[in-house]
Structures are given as structure tokens and as C-alpha cells.
Design a protein around this ligand. Structure first.
Ligand code: 5RP
Length: 227
């Protein structure tokens, strides 16, 4: 664990610390995958400060693309690469096996596409995101608008309380349903089940594309979990 001297660190400082730590997983001149969120914003800033720059990035959102370009980092289309060495992204929750809930920032579908291209998912998060069982954070499900009511009924059948995320249209022109009250004891099975419903674009359970490594920001330093 990287030791730090300060005992009282804010959540922003923890995010900045893991953002910097993630640069150690980046090879100079490589093409990498970049996620979305406030922790990833810290990573992008640290990436820009690396003495030897990356060649380019495949980004999971317009928000991250804009930040990358502002730093002079080229953003390339996912279709122009056949594989990425690494994908760096945050999470809303991560369990002790590397399964995650993602999509708090509504970018889950593109995040899953970029994660799927990558050989290794490096998750960066502050320690509050580590849980024993996924589900305290409302599970995001991206849906084609026409299917929202039917998908909500099916989610109720799983024991969840679905609610349409008001005023949100994703980068793909779709809607997000947030599901409260689920206890996700078998993330891979629930991911498969929800993924097959008509009108579901993707579900924010990342079990098939789970993290290989998690860099967890704690007041004592960066704790590295390998799965
Ligand atoms: C966006 C995501 C983010 O990774 C997740 O919401 C974590 O964000 P933050 O780093 O701001 O806590 O899945 O869709």
C-alpha cells in the first residue's frame, strides 16, 4: 500500500490519489480505454501530466472525450481499434470479487463496450464504494424509451423498485431506470437475465466485464485489490 502522511483526506483527495496511481498501469504511447465520472476526471488530469504521453484514448462518454481533448489527448473511435491493453474507470459499487455496479453517470453502455475491448479493467474508487453485496446503490438500466414501462414491470418482478431517471437522455438517446432494493447475490446471473429483455440496451452490473484490479483510495493510502 502507498503510504500517505495526511490522516484526514477528503473524498476529492482520495479520488485524486487513485487517479494518479492508475497512471502506473498505462504504457507510454499505448492506446487506452477511459471511463467516465469524477474519479476518472482525476485520472485524465494525471494522464495529461505524464512525461510520456499515451498515443490516444477510446472514451466512454462525450464528457470524458471533451476533457481528454482539452488536455491535447487524441480520442479515437472504438471501431478503429481491435483491442486495448487497459481500461481505467470508476464504479458506484464494487464487491470483493471485482463485480461492479456502474452507470451513476449514465454512461454504462459505452463503458461496457470499451471495457469489453480491454484486456484489463482497472477500477479506481474511494473506499466507500467497496461492498459485500451489490445493490445498495440503485442499479441503472439503460432502456430504449418505448420499452421503459415493460422493463420497469419486469424489474419489479425481481423485487426491485424501479424509477425513471428524470430529465436524463443518454449519449445513445436512451433513458435510464434506477432500481432500488435489489440484493445482487449472483451478479453474473442477474446481468444475463436483465440483458436479454427486449428494449434493454444494457444493465449496470459489470460481472462479465468485472475489474481485474481495483485501486481503492483509503486515508492510509492506495489499497490494491487484485481479482
Ligand atoms: C458513470 C459511472 C462512474 O464510473 C461511476 O458513476 C462512478 O463515478 P464517480 O467516480 O463520479 O463516483 O459508472 O456511468
Amino acid at each position: 500500500m502507498t503510504q500517505v502522511t495526511t490522516q484526514k483526506m477528503t473524498q476529492d483527495e482520495l479520488k485524486a490519489m487513485v487517479g494518479r496511481a492508475a497512471t502506473e498501469y498505462v504504457q507510454p504511447r499505448s492506446v487506452i480505454g477511459v471511463g467516465t465520472g469524477s474519479t476518472v476526471n482525476c485520472f485524465i488530469d494525471a494522464l495529461a501530466a505524464m512525461p510520456q504521453r499515451v498515443k490516444a484514448a477510446v472514451s466512454s462518454s462525450e464528457q470524458s472525450s471533451e476533457r481528454l481533448r482539452r488536455h491535447g489527448i487524441e480520442v479515437v473511435d472504438a471501431n478503429s481499434v481491435s483491442a486495448l491493453a487497459v481500461y481505467i474507470d470508476g464504479a458506484d459499487e464494487i464487491d470483493h470479487a471485482g463485480n461492479m455496479i456502474k452507470g451513476g453517470g449514465a454512461a454504462l453502455t459505452r463503458e461496457k463496450i470499451v471495457a469489453d475491448l480491454a484486456g484489463r479493467f482497472v477500477c479506481i474508487a474511494d473506499a466507500s464504494k467497496l461492498v459485500t453485496v451489490l445493490g445498495r446503490f440503485p442499479l441503472p438500466v439503460e432502456v430504449i424509451p418505448m420499452a421503459a414501462a415493460q422493463v420497469a414491470r419486469l424489474l419489479r418482478g425481481l423485487g426491485g423498485e424501479p424509477a425513471l431517471r428524470a430529465g436524463v437522455v443518454t449519449d445513445n438517446g436512451c433513458h435510464i431506470i434506477d432500481v432500488r432494493g435489489l440484493s445482487i447475490t449472483d451478479p453474473a446471473a442477474m446481468e444475463r437475465e436483465i440483458n436479454q429483455w427486449p428494449g434493454v440496451v444494457s444493465v449496470g452490473i459489470f460481472a462479465r466485464n468485472k475489474a481485474g484490479v481495483c485501486l481503492l483510495g483509503t486515508p492510509q493510502g492506495v489499497r490494491t485489490l487484485a481479482f
